[in-house]
Design a protein around this ligand. Structure first.
Ligand SMILES: [Zn+2]
Length: 143
């Protein structure tokens, strides 16, 4: 799989990556991709909006939301939906699962090398399983 660390990548290289995923490279999309893919992280649309604008208003909220949805649909990033108000985006990596800290709102990765769910129900007629994503909600345990 293509390495996704874009730290220090030129605008042209990011634009090429977008095109490789069937995404038309606009200036705004390149800037959003640069933020998302610069390191391994989970970011919300709000955080992307803040980082891309840095006090200016270069990109609208609607553009950020639409761009993130497009990136996820094209397989450039992975979308992690904790609940409808908490959606995170991360560079596309191997399949993994998440711990979600309900107190801090922090999402962390965990990997297992065995299936977490053994007895999946039969898929609907003509369907096959493409992935199982598990989010385990946690909070600090009090003694
Ligand atoms: Zn993750």
């Amino acid at each position: 799989m293509r390495k996704m660390n874009l730290h220090g990548k030129t605008t042209t290289e990011i634009a090429d990556l977008l095109r490789d995923h069937g995404i038309t490279a606009t200036l705004q999309r390149v800037e959003i991709a640069r933020i998302l893919l610069s390191k391994k992280q989970h970011v919300s649309a709000e955080q992307v909006l803040e980082k891309v604008n840095k006090g200016r208003s270069l990109v609208s909220k609607a553009t950020v939301y639409n761009t993130l949805r497009l990136f996820a649909a094209k397989g450039l990033v992975k979308e992690v939906i904790v609940d409808p108000t908490k959606v995170f985006y991360e560079p596309k990596t191997n399949d993994h699962h998440h711990f979600f800290n309900v107190d801090t709102g922090e999402l962390t990765d965990f990997d297992v090398d065995f299936p977490l769910v053994d007895n999946l129900p039969h898929t609907p007629e003509g369907m096959s399983v493409v992935g199982v994503d598990i989010t385990v909600r946690v909070r600090a345990a009090h003694a």
